[in-house]
Design a protein around this ligand. Structure first.
Ligand SMILES: Nc1ncnc2c1ncn2[C@@H]1O[C@H](COP(=O)(O)OP(=O)(O)OP(=O)(O)O)[C@@H](O)[C@H]1O
Ligand SMILES: [Mg+2]
Length: 669
């Protein structure tokens, strides 16, 4: 049967083999310099091998830098059958695909084929590139240069993955013109179908033993079935989620329902066109379509602001939003009635009818928006998001547990959930409940590092409140002497892009003025993989980045000896889904801040801090600038959740720390 993964040989135990592979003289030693047995890693690998033999589920937590990647790759490559590894971001996908998997495969001499699969928007589209080359209205000189680079790239690339072309920044606008979307892809009708990079990546993923995806792709696919993962799932024996702490948020993004006014307008356009060409005499098509279009536009106009996100209960009851919604619903129903009568005149009209019904069904959720909404027996939040020309109506489940649990039904396979931050004080309940993994085994292994000796937590004195306009400047002033004392080798992790830009500007000035030789790298200047490669190679660089550098990123040794965090990473409180979650907690008598925002910020911070110590010999300083760590009552909860670094508020202690490392290094030579 196609829908069943092929059975795996059931090994009683792989323990002995794992002991050997992770022991002294490990073949992995050739793959990474200075490999040493780490008990946590070995034990975790065994637990995963057991889960694979039993086709069961395992939640596996081990501290940052423990070496979880090898702990799951070794058993997966040896015994996992067809494996899907899903990780948090595209750059972690690249790290796995370009670095970790090849090392393990080589060390084990394992004859497995590996494929990388990303979302459609990552691959240059031959058709759209050609169209843009011929008639693109490029508005800037940058675009022209980028387009030239992309054409050149297309002559040599075999993947078409934009991450390979670091000369064109990931955020460059030109990418939109040379990639496809689900709606603009011509599919099998495309003249370039044979050469299509998206199709090629999906085909390779189908055939490969190990496929590397990311969580967005995984869940988008489950919801939309458009990215190639859904086709992979049936034959997969083993599914591994790395950075699994992110899953509840990512899954939430996709398990909801969204309807946008631009979808309605697109439908109207198609109805008019199809109606006129196949059933001109059947109905007054313009008269049918125009009121729907008007209603959709009126709905957008209910929010005069440019960009806004509001939960339904934040919209004033007197807002014209509610009558506009009613009108849209009525007019859409009218249009459906017309389509119903004409559907048999052409397939394309029937298609329009189905689309219209679908939209009407989703709008139904908004009929009684005052009452609590229910999706599959679950609470959900209704919220709107206005863009300059469209309005989106979202219905987002507050819990994804039942939906995800359903996903895991079907043919037995192994599900591994791993991360450094799943449990709160060794209790996995919060995570398991969120994911619907009740009763599944969960285990935590201690960190192999001596944080008290290897690391120092420095919280500078006299920083202003984090919302003050001079805050980022004050962060830089406090960070400069630390960077100098360390001789470079620093990550500056910011909570906002604005802070990234301001910090970059200031550091560039200061490095020049003080004649400091540290290469400065800023997120966005080049691809993340490229930036990290440069960072590792430089040895004394300073890298400024935001969220995407907080998790999973691995730089071992002296190249990274300071991690500076500007602010405690609380999510913006105006996020409607977050607000609804907090409200739901408070209805149950819990404090939303203590039960949701604070734990989430702690996980984030632990992830950021975890970039520092990645090896038994790594040493470094974690600098957290935010004064709330000391001044607020919850601050203690936060620093107590971090690894047990030695702590100081004195710059002199930091300078002394680095001076001692230097002397130790000198005497060791
Ligand atoms: N036994 C070992 N001895 C020495 N180095 C190792 C060993 N195992 C793994 N490493 C190296 O340690 C570093 C950290 O490993 P890895 O990135 O897998 O950590 P992690 O547990 O995934 O951490 P995070 O939660 O931050 O992602 C990597 O550079 C890896 O190559
Ligand atoms: Mg990792």
């Amino acid at each position: 049967m196609i829908d069943e993964p092929s059975a795996l040989p059931v090994a009683a135990t792989h323990d002995a083999e794992i002991d050997q592979l992770f022991g002294v003289d490990s073949p992995l030693g050739h793959a990474v310099g200075a490999f040493r047995p780490r008990q946590s890693q070995t034990e975790m690998a065994k637990a995963i091998a057991h889960a694979i033999s039993n086709q069961s589920t395992l939640i596996a937590e081990a501290g940052t830098g423990t070496g979880k990647t090898f702990a799951y790759l070794v058993p997966a490559l040896l015994w996992g059958g067809k494996v899907i590894v899903s990780t948090g971001t595209k750059n972690l996908q690249d790290q796995l695909f370009l670095r970790d998997i090849p090392s393990v495969r080589k060390a084990l001499n394992a004859p497995v084929s590996v494929a990388l699969l990303k979302g459609r928007a990552n691959y240059v589209c031959h058709f759209h590139l050609e169209r843009t080359l011929q008639n693109g209205r490029l508005t800037s000189r940058d675009d022209v240069g980028h387009l030239r680079e992309i054409s050149r790239f297309m002559k040599t690339t075999s993947s078409g993955d934009k991450a390979e072309l670091s000369k064109v920044p990931e955020t460059a606008l030109i990418w939109n013109l040379v990639t496809s979307t689900r709606d603009t892809c011509m599919g099998a009708e495309c003249q370039y179908y044979q050469d299509c990079f998206v199709m090629k990546a999906r085909k390779e993923a189908q055939q490969a033993d190990v496929v590397v995806v990311n969580h967005h792709l995984f869940f988008a696919d489950v919801a939309l079935k458009d990215t190639g993962v859904a086709e992979l799932l049936p034959s997969a024996n083993t599914i591994i989620f790395d950075e699994a702490h992110q899953l509840p948020d990512t899954a939430t993004l996709f398990f909801g329902e969204t309807i946008s006014t631009s979808q309605v307008l697109e439908l109207c356009r198609d109805v008019l066109a199809e109606g006129l060409s196949h059933a001109r005499d059947g109905a007054d098509w313009a008269g049918t379509v125009t009121p729907v279009e008007r209603a959709a536009r009126d709905l957008r106009l209910a929010f005069p602001q440019d960009i806004v996100r509001l939960a339904v209960n934040q919209i004033a009851p007197s807002s014209i939003f509610f009558p506009a919604l009613e009108t849209l619903k009525e007019q859409l129903d009218n249009m459906i009635a017309v389509l119903q009568k004409q559907a048999e005149r052409a397939d394309t009209i029937e298609q329009c009818r189905v689309r219209a019904l679908e939209l009407a069904m989703r709008l139904d959720a908004w009929n009684k928006p005052k009452t609590e909404e229910v999706i599959i027996g679950q609470e959900s939040v209704l919220w709107v998001e206005a863009y300059s020309t469209s309005l989106q109506l979202h219905q987002t489940p507050l819990s994804i547990a039942p939906i995800f649990n359903k996903q895991r039904e079907g043919a037995p396979r192994t599900w591994i959930f791993t991360s450094a931050t799943l449990a709160v004080k060794n209790d996995f309940n919060h995570y398991s409940a969120q994911m619907g993994l009740w009763d599944e085994p969960a285990k935590s292994w201690p960190s192999p590092f001596q944080y008290g000796e290897q690391g120092l937590l420095y919280v500078p004195t006299s920083l202003p409140q984090p919302n003050s306009p001079e805050y980022t400047d004050a962060v830089i002033d406090a960070a400069l002497p630390v960077i100098e004392a360390a001789g470079g080798g620093a990550f500056l992790l910011c909570t906002t892009i604005r802070a990234v830009n301001r910090a970059a500007e200031r550091l560039r000035e200061e490095f020049e003025r003080r004649k400091l030789p540290f290469p400065l790298m800023v997120q966005g200047e080049a691809g993340r993989t490229e930036l990290l490669d440069r960072f590792r190679a430089a040895g004394n660089a300073v890298l400024i980045g935001s969220q995407s550098f907080w998790e999973g990123v691995d730089v071992r040794g002296d190249a990274l000896s300071v991690v500076i965090i500007d602010k405690l990473p609380f999510s913006p409180p105006d996020d409607p889904v977050l607000a609804a979650r907090i409200e739901a907690l408070e209805r149950k008598g819990m404090n939303g801040f203590m039960h949701h925002q604070l734990p989430a910020a702690i996980i984030n911070l632990k992830q950021g801090a975890g970039r520092l110590i990645r090896d038994e010999r790594d040493k470094g300083v974690l600098m957290i600038c935010d004064p709330r760590l000391i001044s607020k009552p919850y601050g203690k909860r936060i620093w107590q959740s971090l690894p047990p670094f030695k702590r100081t508020r004195e710059l002199a202690v930091v300078q002394e720390f680095f001076a001692t490392i230097d002397t130790a290094d000198a005497s060791a030579e």
